[in-house]
Design a protein around this ligand. Structure first.
Ligand code: ASP
Length: 315
């Protein structure tokens, strides 16, 4: 696959998929809006498709047996965090210091949410974000300690686990040049057979980011949001633009206050908060009725969802 990262960083026209409710449940995931990085360009599309399909199957299995939307999005994101090709967990983009600082958040459509930023010890940041929601009185924790990760029953990992050789070469190349490709991130949204929605998002952030930089991924309403009867949304792209535009919540606000349908709300928010501001990215969303809307204004986005013909994989 030829890689033109500079072109990938520029917004193009919006591409949007709108899938009517299928099975009583629905799941959509993304593996980032950045397209392929140069250092992974010899991997071939099949390796990415396989990773997306495995993650989709993990979440779908939970929904199929009547499980909760929150369990489905966490299981989906876990697979993407464990996969070395995506920018989250193992294989995440490296900070300027050469290590990883991971951000993640979860939100349940009932209104509960949890988030972590600058995580260095949790193998799967998505589970720790969920524990912040379920086991602490807080919503957002920065730099969760190793002891806390262990106390909450989650696996830890050393920096060497997360750092992969292609990401080290990517960092070296970027530190040597002016141009910094930016995107990555993984996320999932689901609607279960009881009509509950949930969203989970996880990232290594922007390659070569300063230590302590936090993007939109763990910020509820910016990179991740869920509200029963309206929608669940997980975003990827220029994090600062998603924060300024409160993108995930802006979509739900259009539905709540303007009465917009999900695809119209998604298109209007992407146009107003990303394209009009020369920022790029994308998102996956599911409506309270199970309608799936996937959109990006970046040239590419890794994503998976089902339509009436089966699994759709975007690479
Ligand atoms: N939105 C992420 C961040 O800003 C990166 C990405 O999705 O590309 O950290």
């Amino acid at each position: 696959m030829p890689v033109n990262e500079e072109a990938i960083a520029r917004p193009t026209g919006i591409r949007l998929w709108d899938v009517a409710p299928q099975n009583g449940f629905a799941l959509a995931l993304h593996g980032g809006a950045g397209g392929l990085i140069e250092e992974l360009s010899n991997e071939g599309t099949a390796a990415f498709e396989e990773g997306l399909a495995i993650a989709h199957a993990a979440g779908r299995a939970i929904l199929e047996r009547g499980g909760h939307a929150l369990d489905a999005v966490c299981a989906t994101v876990e697979q993407l965090e464990n996969h070395r090709l995506f920018n989250a967990g193992r294989g995440a983009a490296l900070t300027a210091a050469g290590g990883v600082e991971l951000d993640a958040s979860v939100m349940d459509g009932s209104g509960q949410a949890g988030a972590i930023a600058a995580s260095r010890h949790a193998k799967n940041p998505v589970f720790v974000a969920r524990s912040v929601m379920e086991k602490s009185p807080h919503l957002f924790l920065v730099s969760p300690s190793k002891e806390m990760v262990i106390d909450w029953g989650h696996e830890t990992a050393e920096q060497e686990y997360f750092i992969t050789e292609p990401r080290q070469r990517q960092l070296a190349r970027i530190q040597d040049s002016q141009f910094a490709p930016r995107h990555g991130t993984v996320g999932a949204v689901a609607r279960d057979s009881e009509g509950r929605v949930a969203a989970a998002t996880s990232t290594g952030g922007m390659v070569n980011q300063q230590l302590g930089r936090v993007g939109d991924t763990p910020i509820i309403g910016a990179g991740n949001y869920a509200r029963n009867e309206f929608a669940a949304i997980s975003c990827t792209g220029d994090g600062e633009a998603f924060i300024r535009g409160v993108v995930a919540y802006d979509i739900v606000a259009r539905m709540r206050y303007l009465g917009s349908e999900l695809p119209d709300a998604v298109a209007a928010t992407v146009d107003a908060e990303l394209t009009a501001k020369h920022s790029s990215g994308g998102l996956v969303s599911v409506g309270g009725d199970g309608r799936v809307v996937v959109a990006h204004n970046s040239p590419r986005m890794f994503a998976a969802f089902e339509d009436e013909n089966g699994l759709v994989l975007l690479t």
